[in-house]
Design a protein around this ligand. Structure first.
Ligand SMILES: C[S@@+](CC[C@H](N)C(=O)[O-])C[C@H]1O[C@@H](n2cnc3c(N)ncnc32)[C@H](O)[C@@H]1O
Length: 350
């Protein structure tokens, strides 16, 4: 109960003799013992009880704190009111240390998240603002970028830093399903908001020259930040680019950017991302992301939501092939009809 704003509580247990008249720290502050007595417990045992008065001059208690201190500590981290971080240690401790904030509106996490750190060098590489905003603890990409510079192993922030959005793993419930005309596809069970991260395109990292001419491998993704930036236009402009991308190819600015040197082959090993189909009117877009190094040739390839995607909609992105660019060993152009069904479908993938 409260007495002139100072909490009075009764606790059971033992208090060391020399601190009997002294002060006691509990979950919710500093107390003075104002009374004590002994009772018989229900099973006949002796129970020592102490009446404590919260010392004045401490910050006033909020209702949430009072409720919390009267109950057991919460069993699940996800149920903590005002949860701003699941584990402030970023997985470094054996037991996660959550952080809560029921004071600020909106609640902000303690430092360790670059959202509050104007000195974050990774954040600065992205321009003046962070590439992501946090919404309900999920980062969302504000706008497509040539490349996103995320915090990584060399940064002091923790695993939950908003500038590590692509490293947070799957955020939505998805299903791999058989489509009528495109083989397997992927659809969502949850509403996905624009800019939300979907997944990384995962597979075996290979040199593009190793896979050139492999017509029967449909799961190869070139690591091509130029195309990422400009969509289809990027690759078409490769031959004579006048694009201004100083951060990507400052060394040979006057020359056309080189063809992608590396690709990700999900033909034999990969994640569900390999089942995401092409659409000429996609709801995902491709974004190159750098986390632990700054080599754009080896950027991570991520898929982000381009739109609000409703439950049971199929996820798809633009594969970005240039028409007539796939040629068989005997020199014939290989064509693949598109079944995306978009009103403005280009009718062929390549
Ligand atoms: C990366 S895989 C996607 C998963 C594939 N549907 C499966 O069953 O494994 C790419 C292949 O899927 C098919 N595909 C993807 N999008 C398509 C589309 N819009 N129209 C027709 N086929 C498509 C093509 O065979 C393409 O080579």
């Amino acid at each position: 109960s409260k007495d002139n704003g100072n909490l009075i509580r009764v606790i059971r247990g033992h208090v060391a003799k020399n601190s009997y008249t002294g002060k006691i720290y509990t979950y919710d502050g500093l107390y003075k013992v104002v009374d004590d007595w002994v009772q018989k417990g229900v099973q006949g045992h002796v129970v020592y009880k102490y009446k404590l008065k919260r010392l004045e001059g401490q910050p006033s208690l909020t209702t949430t704190e009072v409720r919390f201190t009267r109950a057991e500590a919460p069993r699940k981290i996800s149920e903590l009111p005002g949860l701003v971080c699941d584990d402030i240690s970023g997985g470094q401790e054996n037991i996660p240390i959550p952080a809560t904030n029921v004071v600020d509106d909106p609640p902000v996490p303690p430092s360790g998240d670059c959202a509050n750190n104007k000195n974050c060098s990774c954040a600065q590489l992205n321009g003046s603002d962070l590439p992501y905003v946090s919404f309900k603890n999920i980062g969302r990409l504000v706008e497509p970028k040539a490349v996103v510079f995320e915090c990584g192993a060399n940064c002091s922030c923790n695993r939950n830093c908003v500038n590590r959005t692509s490293q947070q793993g799957l955020q939505h419930r998805l299903e791999v399903f058989k489509t009528a005309s495109k083989g397997w596809g992927v659809r969502t069970w949850d509403t996905i908001l624009p800019g939300a991260p979907i997944c990384e395109y995962v597979g075996v990292l290979k040199r593009t020259e190793e896979v050139d001419g492999l017509l029967h491998n449909n799961y190869i993704f070139d690591i091509d930040c130029l195309q990422t930036m400009k969509g289809l236009d990027g690759r078409e402009k490769r031959a004579g680019s006048d694009m201004n991308m100083p951060s990507l190819h400052a060394e040979n600015d006057s020359e056309a950017p080189p063809a992608p040197e590396y690709c990700i082959d999900a033909g034999s090993i990969g994640s569900f991302a390999r089942f995401i189909n092409h659409s000429c009117n996609p709801n995902l877009f491709v974004q190159c992301v750098l986390t632990n190094h700054h080599d754009v040739k080896l950027a991570k390839v991520m898929l982000f939501a381009a739109d609000t995607i409703l439950p049971l909609q199929e996820l798809c992105y633009d594969y970005g092939y240039v028409l007539n660019s796939v040629v068989s060993p005997d020199g014939k152009i290989v064509k693949l009809p598109c079944c995306c069904g978009a009103p403005d479908c280009r009718k062929r993938l390549y």
